[in-house]
Design a protein around this ligand. Structure first.
Ligand SMILES: Cc1cc2nc3c(=O)[nH]c(=O)nc-3n(C[C@H](O)[C@H](O)[C@H](O)COP(=O)(O)OP(=O)(O)OC[C@H]3O[C@@H](n4cnc5c(N)ncnc54)[C@H](O)[C@@H]3O)c2cc1C
Length: 289
């Protein structure tokens, strides 16, 4: 690994100032679970590491009915998995965490690091996008809030500017009669998804029409993709088996996978169809309850 200088600032402002000073040569490090692998393999070779784990008040998970859930960027996967608040109100997020990496990695890896790593096969982004989450990006003297679906710009690339840090994830309160589901296929449960599909839908009454739906596909494009045409097939309708099958076929076409060592394009498209069908069925079941 290339030698680097190490900083551990106590404030967001100092971290952003270091990022600005060493633009292009510095990397933020949080849990280091993804970054260190890339550094050891010399895929990236930063001259400066800025460790943000000493910055207080970035590891919270707070909820109120008006604002919903706010998750600090330094919150670990394990904290999300075990939080009783999240288990109760955002069950999907704690369920997703159980299959992210090993417990050792979940103890150290942060949710901010997971999103900023921007692996299109990451498991945390699709459910969060399904839940209409936003991210707070903090710079030296500015702050902006971006829908998470606009945060990812390319393979392992984000909308973060050189001097910005992701500080918080904002997840709205779940609506009544809503259901959410995520599932991935991967060689082992705890590997990142080959294909992952999140479905979050909301009905207007227990057996009523589908008011809103988000279908988010992971691992089949440069960034997590919304299957918007499939969503449109269901929105405003009473969901039935025929519509579910049609929507799943549309999602299969909207996916944009490539063949690689983890699977062929055809396999990945077939998995999108299968997981989308299952996802709509399961989310619908939950919404009706
Ligand atoms: C063996 C293994 C298995 C894994 N399995 C899965 C899996 O099944 N599913 C899955 O989704 N993930 C998986 N991962 C990825 C893992 O979840 C992430 O590595 C972890 O969450 C990253 O968090 P971190 O705090 O360690 O980030 P780091 O490694 O410290 O940082 C990752 C990247 O994000 C940047 N960064 C970190 N925090 C911030 C911030 N707040 N603001 C701006 N930039 C920031 C860093 O500069 C770096 O580019 C796996 C990783 C390993 C090693």
């Amino acid at each position: 690994m290339k030698n680097f200088d190490y900083f551990k600032p106590d404030t967001i402002k100092d971290a952003c100032s270091l990022l600005s000073e060493y633009q292009g040569e510095a990397k933020i490090i949080a849990g280091g679970q993804s970054l260190l692998i890339l550094m050891k393999e010399r895929i990236i070779r930063p001259s400066y590491l800025i460790d943000i784990t000493g910055i207080p008040k970035l590891d919270h998970a707070q909820y109120d009915d008006k604002e919903g859930l706010r998750i600090g960027a330094l919150t670990t996967h394990r904290e999300i998995e075990t939080s009783s608040l999240i288990k109760q109100r955002y069950t999907l997020l704690s369920e997703v965490e159980i299959d992210i990496a090993s417990v050792q990695i979940r103890n150290v890896g942060t949710v901010g690091g997971n999103l900023c790593h921007a692996d299109p096969c990451g498991d945390f982004a699709p459910p969060l996008i399904g839940l209409e989450s936003k991210v707070r990006l903090t710079g030296m003297e500015s702050e902006r809030i971006l829908p998470l679906e606009d945060f990812f710009t390319d393979y392992f690339e984000t909308a973060l500017q050189e001097h910005e840090i992701l500080t918080e994830i904002l997840v709205p309160s779940p609506l009544p009669y809503s259901g959410a589901w995520y599932h991935k296929c991967s060689p082992r449960e705890t590997d990142p998804a080959v294909v992952g599909v999140a479905v979050v839908l909301c009905l207007d009454s227990p057996n009523g029409e589908c008011q809103t739906i988000r279908i988010v596909l992971g691992g089949v494009g440069q960034v997590p993709l919304r299957a918007k045409k499939a969503e449109a097939r269901l929105q405003g309708n009473t969901i039935n088996e025929k519509l579910i099958n049609e929507a799943a076929k549309i999602a299969k076409e909207e996916a944009n996978p490539i063949s690689d060592l983890r699977g062929t394009e055809e396999y990945k498209r077939a998995m999108v169809e299968l997981l989308t069908k299952e996802g709509i069925e399961k989310a619908l079941e939950k919404a009706k309850k």
